[in-house]
Structure formats: structure tokens, C-alpha cells
Ligand binder design. Structure first.
Ligand SMILES: [Zn+2]
Ligand SMILES: [Zn+2]
Length: 132
């Protein structure tokens, strides 16, 4: 179980992670949405997502079937999910504790910024390996 919250603390949530499913995503969409060189995402079961407080502050940016959710107060990127049932990825930066969670793969490696060094001991993928 992971527990996460946003920068301002108005949104708290929990979800059940799928073991061994942590990925760095270098795609341009994640980089822009996160304002970062890449995002690290923990894949969780979508059904397990629960908001303990602050769901009313959740805002969604929707493109196609993909929803990028963030806190409407502080702007923290929290998670991505599909409109369908299958997909939930949580931004690792929102998770409290759980320092043992480690990426197992680098995704969209052709899109990465030049200064970013890919992990040499984890898998590299041209896309997100889950749904391709
Ligand atoms: Zn917030
Ligand atoms: Zn991405």
C-alpha cells in the first residue's frame, strides 16, 4: 500500500502498488506535465485508489483516454489514469515513506533529455511496456 499527498497537503490518497512496476518516463508529455527532466511512476491497481481527504481539490487534464490528475490548489502532479478500468500510475514524488521503491525500467528513452543518464542496470523501452 502506498500513501501519497500533494505539496499543500489538502489531498491525501492511498493505492495498492503492483510489485516491481516502477518506471521512469522520459516522454515529452510527462516532462511538460511534471516540469521535470522525467517522471517516475509507480503502477498501482486502479480499483485500489482511495482519497482520504481533499478529492474535491483534484483537477484533471484529459487528452483522449488519458487523465492527468493534479491538485487544483498547489498544482502537484499526483497520478495518471485512463478512463477505462486498467490503468493507474502514481507520481513517486507524492508517496510518503517507501524509500525502497526503485525504478525497474526507463521508458520512451528516445525522448529523453541529453543530460539525463539512463540506468545501466534496468531495462530500456521505446514506450511504456505495459500497454503496448
Ligand atoms: Zn495540493
Ligand atoms: Zn510519459
Amino acid at each position: 500500500m502506498i500513501q501519497g499527498n500533494c505539496l499543500c497537503g489538502q489531498i491525501h490518497f492511498e493505492a495498492s502498488e503492483i510489485p516491481g512496476m516502477v518506471f521512469n518516463c522520459h516522454c515529452s508529455r510527462c516532462r511538460k506535465a511534471h516540469g521535470a527532466a522525467f517522471s517516475t511512476q509507480v503502477i498501482c491497481s486502479k480499483d485500489s485508489l482511495k482519497f482520504s481527504i481533499g478529492q474535491e481539490h483534484l483537477r484533471e487534464y484529459v487528452v483522449g483516454n488519458i487523465v492527468r490528475a493534479f491538485c487544483g490548489n498547489c498544482g502537484s502532479r499526483l497520478m495518471n489514469y485512463s478512463k477505462g478500468p486498467e490503468y493507474l500510475s502514481v507520481s513517486i514524488s507524492t508517496i510518503e515513506g517507501r524509500k525502497e521503491l526503485m525504478p525497474v525500467g526507463e521508458c520512451f528513452v528516445l525522448d529523453k533529455l541529453p543530460f539525463v543518464e539512463l540506468g545501466s542496470t534496468i531495462a530500456h523501452y521505446p514506450q511504456l511496456p505495459l500497454f503496448t
